[in-house]
Each structure stands twice: as C-alpha cells, then as structure tokens.
Design a protein around this ligand. Structure first.
Ligand code: HDE
Length: 690
C-alpha cells in the first residue's frame, strides 16, 4: 500500500502534475522546502534506534536551520503591532486642492493596509501599556504608495529628530537591568522628560486616557506634521491629516488597563480580530485641516513645530473620505511584521514641509527597514509592493523577486521601446519649489519656544473626570520614580501649566510645590478650551460595537435571557456569556446557552457594561465565591452600567454594592434591556463614587 502511494507520488512528479492532489486524501503531502516529499517528520535519522543522529539527515538539518532563523529584528520602536487590510473611499474630487490621484474621483476605492502599535514595548508586551499608539496607513494609490505614518496623538515629545534616539533610549528598558518593559513609569523616562520642556504638551496627552484606548477601533489618528497639498498648477496649501473613528472615542481607565493586561494581554488585537471577523468593520473618516501661508503667518505657533496642534475650532477638519478595515491578514509575519512604512512614501499632489521632525523621519525609515527586513528588496514583498504598475532600473540585492527582463538596465539608452525600459514622466512627482535661505546653523527657532500654552489648553479642555484621571496618572507615574529631584523638576513644569493640577500632583506625591523652572519664553496666551480634545465630549452615539458581559447561571429565567440577547444584538453590540463553567448554562425552560468565558477567565474588566442574570439558588452560591464577588464589585468600581435581575440580590449584597441602585444600575424587567442598552451609550456612569 505504502509502496503504491510512493509510486503515485513519483508518477505525479514525473507528469509535472499537481503533487498537492495525490497523497493522504485531501491533504497535500509534506515536502522539504526543495519540494522533496517527506516520509517521516517524527524522528531524525539515526544509526540504530538509540544511536547518534546522522549528518546526512537533510530534512532535519533544513527544518532546524529554518527554525533557527525565524526571527527578524523587531522594530526599534512600535515593535508590538497589529495590522488589517481595507480600503479608502474618496468622498468627492479634490482636484481644486491637490493633484493626488487618490482624490480625483468621488466614490473610488483605494486598497489600504493599516498597522496599529504601541511604541515602547517589545513585540510580546501587553496591549494596554500607557503609551502612544501608532496609526500607520499605507494607501496603494494608482500613482504609488502613500504612507501616512501617524499616531493616535497629534503632537510629539520632541521638536527635532536628533533627539529621537535619546527619547527612545529613555523610555525603553534601562540598559543595565533590562526593565521596566512597556511603560513610562520609571526614572529614566521622567528624568529625560523633565529636562525637555518641549515635551510638556505631549506629556499632557500621554497622561490622559488617550494613552489607554479601549481599542484601536475607538481612537483617532493624526499625521502630526504639517504637509502640503499641491494642485496641478503647482500651487500648494498646508494640510494636517486626521483620522476620525466613526465608532466614537473611548478609553479605559488606568485601574482597568492594569487588570486587562493580566486578564487578556492581547485585548486590542483580539478586539480588532473579532470585530473584522464578525463583519463589524471599523471605519475612520479622513479629515484635513487645510490652511494657507496667511494663516500660518498669523497663527500663534509655528506650523512646523510638531509639539503643537492647530485647534479644530480655528481650522475646521474637512472630511474627505473614509477608511474601512474589512479583512484580517492571512499571515501575521508576512504582512503585519514585514510591512514597511516610510514617511518618504508620498505621491504627486502631496509634499513635505520643513518640520525638522518630519525631515528626520524621512531620513530614518529606509534605514530601519533595511536592517529589519534584511536587504533593499523589501518593496518586492506583496504587502509593500505598489498595486499600480512600477518600472525602474533598480536591480539585484538580497532576495530580488521582481527582476527586469529586457536588456537595458540603465538610462539614457538607445534601445528600442520594447527593450529600452521606462522613461521619466514629466507629470511625475515634483517638489514644491520652496525658497530656502539662512546660514547653516544648529539652532532651534525662537518660534518653537512656548512649551506651556498648548499643554494648558489641552488640560483645560478636559472634563472634570478626565482631569482627575490625568492627575492620578501623573501621581502614579511619578510615584514609581525613585529620585525626588526628578519628581520635583516635573511638578515644577506643571506649575506653568495649571496651578490646581500642580497642587494636586504635589499633594498626591507628598511633596511641597517646587519653584518652577524659568521658561524659554513666557506662554503666548491663555488659550480657550477646545472641546475636540476631550474623549468624553466625543464619545459614541450608541453602544454599537461594544461588548456586554452577561453573567448567567443554570436555572436563569429563559425569557429574561432571550430579551436581553435580542436587545443586545438589536443595539449592534456583542453579547459575551460568562458562566460559572465553560460548558455553559441551562435556562429555566431547558435551553442550553454556551459560554464564551468561565467566570475566572472572563473578569468584568473585559467588557464595556455588564448584566447579571442568575437563578436564586446560584445567586447564593456565587455570593460565596470570591471570583464572582470581585466580578461584580469591579464592574461597579469601574463605573460600568450594570443590569441585574431580582434573583441576583444576594450576590449584589455580598459584593458590597449599595442596596439602593444608582442611576447606572438597572433592575431587569420587561422592556428594560432596550433602555439599559441605550443608557450604555454613555459607556460609564462617571457620577458614581466608588
Ligand atoms: Fe516613527 N519610527 N520616528 N514616529 N513611527 C518608526 O520605523 C522615527 C515619529 C511611527 O507600524 C521606525 O519601521 C524617527 C512620529 C509609527 O510599522 C523608525 C522619529 C510619529 C511607526 C522610526 C520618529 C511616528 C514608526 C521603527 C523622530 C507619528 C510604526 C520601525 C523624528 C507621526 C510603523 C520602523 C509600523 C516607526 C523613526 C517619530 C510614527 C525607526 C527618527 C512623530 C506609527 O524608522
């Protein structure tokens, strides 16, 4: 029999037939990477059953060799990331503003790939680190790939790229002890930051809940720098890019982030995977803040300074298209790990400005890809290759896969068209002919010197709840700093931002208010609040896309369960059943309901709101279980909306919840699930004092 099968394989190879079709029924036969069929993948080749392994075992050698080389260097920053495919749809032609091909035809869809990331942690770190999130978008336009390599925060720590290695060294684990991992709460980070007043605006953002998003789906993205839009006549305007999530903004709180990192370190990637696999495709609108030289001249800050925003109230964000993510990758390594973004990947109709951070980035990204992906031909990888035709005379190098086939590999040449290769396109990319003047110098423009006005504006734009979170974050972070003088230096900067904040943080750290440092210049203005900067002011209109954790037990009223499940689906939210055992529960009418999580594997912190529907008997049992009490007590403390049935009362008591429900807690009854889910659109009952 085995003999026959081998013969079949040989015949198939001889015939040049599809070897995949023949052995082992529907499964393809295992082969070496040279294509030789493998008969035994369980045992290496030995001299005798207990003897030495033989050097001639080419299959073993090749398998181990390949395994030994599976890893490539992780990204020096943004190592932990998660990507998905989708498309960008242009709303209407923008030919009056830009000749970029992607903006010429309304309704046109352009393929896109997006990679979200944390910055500081290594590849295997947790998703809910307090950190900036990368929001890198590759648009495969008909005139080449355009990468908007942005973040979920519109400003940056530093003004000049030459400080980037210092910043990254300071935030990452210390070189001697190799910790802490994926966090800013340590001496090196705050030492550096407290010596860099230009970082104060960014510090306000990362101490806000922006740095702990509920999911990639609920955060904004920003191009950060000022770019240019260039029209067909060569006239240009300035532009800042924004990605606005259709799902609304949402973050978790710090105590939740800490707990989620333990319960599900893959919380963000799982969320994106689940949403896309279930057909709930996340969307962002591309917004542009477009302005001219006159605005740039009169704006209080320098538009080339990446530590500043342009408030949306001053230059409104015009929505020009939408990005939809609708397909997960087939292979994480091939696509998400090997995708190579570069700020220098721009297309005709878009151009750079002289922002010194952007200029430095344009210099950096090719280097990093060369190191990471092992050679200059990473553009041949499917995720990086343009989807439009491309022709050039670059050749050879490691792993060259798309090679020229004609004779000419240089230009000019006099070979006929068929063999002569490509020629320049007069309408191809042209830089805006900006005049540059001034002496060569290492200096920082005076126009970059106000480090506090916008930091303050961010703080005063937050709701009281958000301000409290910021103060708590600063106290937490600085409490992890061992050297008191670092804490003092940082609180000194806070004195320039907001007195109440400085007082609160000093009080929380148990220190006297320090003397503030002398600012590089007096703050330009006491700027008005900008509501666009608050997450809570920009939440969702409904509970759609959120997750309701439903704790169920055997014997629960089947009508209650049915109504809640139907209301949840009608609200376009996802119900996640949590049960005492993963086998699920049997409701009062004998219906079996499967569980997504067993109660200790699915703590309430993983859900946006919770419902507790129990049978009287199980309510008493759960009241005696620590894990069940914590499940409910946490939901309450995390200010989640809670729906409970009558029978759950013993568990509520045991968990220490007040006997009088607050307005964030609803009692189950006919018609209540619908009301509850409407209430949940507020996401949290912030008024609760817990
Ligand atoms: Fe990056 N950055 N960056 N960066 N960056 C990288 O490129 C760099 C900056 C951003 O998902 C690296 O492929 C310099 C700002 C994202 O693959 C590297 C400076 C912003 C990603 C690099 C900055 C970003 C990166 C590391 C200071 C927001 C992940 C691996 C001038 C606007 C892209 C890699 C992905 C990645 C350099 C500052 C966004 C080393 C020198 C500001 C989203 O090239």
């Amino acid at each position: 029999m085995a003999q026959d099968k081998r013969k079949d394989i040989r015949d198939d190879i001889r015939d040049g037939g599809e070897i995949h079709q023949i052995a082992g029924g529907g499964r393809p036969p295992m082969t070496t990477s040279q294509g030789a069929p493998v008969s035994d993948d369980q045992n290496s080749l030995k001299q005798g059953a207990r003897g030495p392994t033989l050097m001639e075992d080419f299959h073993f050698r090749e398998k181990i060799f390949h395994f030994d080389h599976e890893r490539i260097p992780e990204r020096v920053v943004h190592a932990r990331g998660y990507g998905a495919h989708g498309y960008f749809e242009t709303y209407e032609p923008l030919s009056d503003l830009t000749s970029a091909d992607i903006f010429q035809r309304g309704g046109e869809k352009t393929p896109a790939f997006v990679r979200f990331s944390t910055v500081a942690g290594s590849k295997g770190s947790v998703d809910l680190a307090r950190d900036v999130r990368g929001f890198a978008v590759k648009l495969y336009t008909r005139e080449g790939n355009w990468d908007i390599v942005g973040n979920n925060i519109p400003v940056f720590f530093i003004q000049d790229a030459i400080k980037f290695p210092d910043l990254v060294h300071a935030v990452k684990e210390a070189p001697d002890r190799a910790f802490p991992q994926a966090q800013t709460a340590h001496d090196n980070f705050w030492d550096f930051i407290s010596l860099m007043p230009e970082s104060m605006h960014m510090v306000m953002w990362i101490m806000s809940d922006r740095a702990i998003p509920r999911s990639f789906r609920f955060m904004e993205g920003f191009g950060v720098h000022t770019f240019r839009l260039v029209d067909a006549a060569g006239a240009s305007r300035f532009v800042k890019f924004h990605w606005k999530p259709r799902q609304g903004l949402q973050s978790v709180t710090w105590p939740e982030a800490v707990a989620i990192n333990g319960a599900d370190p893959d919380f963000h990637r799982r969320d994106l995977w689940d949403a896309i696999q279930s057909g709930d495709y996340p969307e962002w609108e591309l917004g542009m803040q477009i302005f001219d030289d006159a605005f740039a001249d009169r704006f209080a800050f320098d538009i080339l300074d990446a530590t500043k925003i342009i408030p949306e109230e001053e230059v409104p964000v015009r929505k020009v298209g939408r990005l939809v993510l609708d397909r997960m990758v087939d292979n994480f390594f091939a696509e998400t790990e090997q995708v190579a973004f570069h700020t220098g990947n721009i297309v005709p109709g878009i151009d750079f400005t002289d922002d010194p951070l952007l200029q430095g980035r344009n210099f950096s990204y090719l280097d990093t890809q060369l190191k990471r992906l092992g050679g200059p031909n990473f553009t041949h990888l499917p995720v990086n290759a343009p989807k439009c035709p491309f022709h050039h005379f670059q050749q050879d190098g490691h792993m060259a896969m798309t090679n020229p086939v004609s004779r000419a590999n240089y230009e000019p040449n006099s070979w006929p068209e068929a063999e002569g290769g490509p020629r320049e396109e007069p309408l191809g990319f042209q830089s805006v002919p900006v005049e540059a003047k001034g002496a060569k110098q290492r200096t920082r423009s005076e126009t970059f010197a106000d480090h506090y006005s916008q930091a303050r504006q961010f703080y005063v734009s937050q709701t009281p709840t958000e301000r409290e979170h910021m103060a708590a974050a600063l106290i937490f972070e600085l409490s992890k700093v061992q050297r008191p003088e670092i804490r003092e230096r940082l609180v000194g900067h806070l004195c320039h931002i907001d007195d109440t904040l400085a007082d609160k943080v000093a009080e929380g750290l148990g220190m006297a208010l320090p003397t503030p440092p002398t600012p590089a210049r007096e703050p330009i203005a006491d700027l008005p609040p900008s509501p666009a900067l608050s997450i809570l002011e920009n939440g969702p209109a409904s509970f759609a896309g959120r997750k309701l954790g439903i704790l169920l037990t055997d014997g629960v009223d089947s009508g209650e369960v049915q109504e809640l499940l139907e209301a949840t689906v009608a609200a376009k939210a996802t119900p996640a059943i949590v049960a005492p055992r993963i086998g699920g529960v049997m409701t009062s009418d004998g219906t079996h309901i499967g569980a997504a999580e067993c109660i200790d594997g699915g703590p309430s912190v993983l859900f946006d709101a919770v419902a507790v529907l129990l049978s009287p008997q199980w309510a008493r049992t759960l009241a005696g279980m620590h894990v069940a009490r914590v499940w409910l007590a946490d939901a309450y403390a995390h200010k989640k909306f809670i729906l409970c049935n009558e029978a759950a009362a013993p568990l509520l008591d045991a968990a220490g919840l007040p006997s009088e429900p607050d307005a964030g807690m609803l009692r189950m009854g006919a018609g209540v699930p619908g009301q509850f889910l409407e209430r949940c659109a507020d996401l949290r009952f912030w008024e609760r004092v817990a």
